[in-house]
Design a protein. Sequence first.
Length: 209
Amino acid sequence: MKTVRYLAGAAATGLLLGAGAAHAGKLYKWVDDKGITHYSETIPADQKDRSSTEIDKKGRVLKQNEAALTKDQVQAIQEERIRRKSEEKQVEEQRRRDNALLNTYTTESEIDDARVRAIAGATQAKQAIEARYKTALSRSTGLRKQVDGLVKTGKPVPEAVREELTTSEQDTAKIAGELKLKEAEIANLQQKYDYDRTRFKELMAGTRR
């Protein structure tokens, strides 16, 4: 490989180009890590990741070769692509929800009516769960008192009673979990219809402009 260091001035450049022309139709111009500019027929293997410029024997630029991306740069590009895809997905989802909203309702009062019906149904289901929970809790409390009373008097607790208490307390805990989920569902319905009403109003205002 023939490598020539860049010195300075047009005269040095002319000499370099003349030397390159004698051996090849083009030269590579590149800068090393010390800031020294080189002209060569080929680029050293340990410098191939650097940016370079291909020039012909008259000094005209044939091609600009960009430096290879670092790992951090590659990661940044990948993260940017993921971010853009996420934003595009959110925009598409918002467009879908807006279309569904406009196709479902014609006035804000219709949304209010839908809210009342949805929450009424969920509240009725909650009341049914509360009734089950009250019954299960009463049963568990009674069994617990029975077991504690036997233990206090030093009497043995029948295995069947212990198993019944365990099952009863597990059922009570399960129903309590169902009750929390239903309460969360009602809260979510409130938020959903609040959002739908606000968004519907915004969309309708936009169509009137």
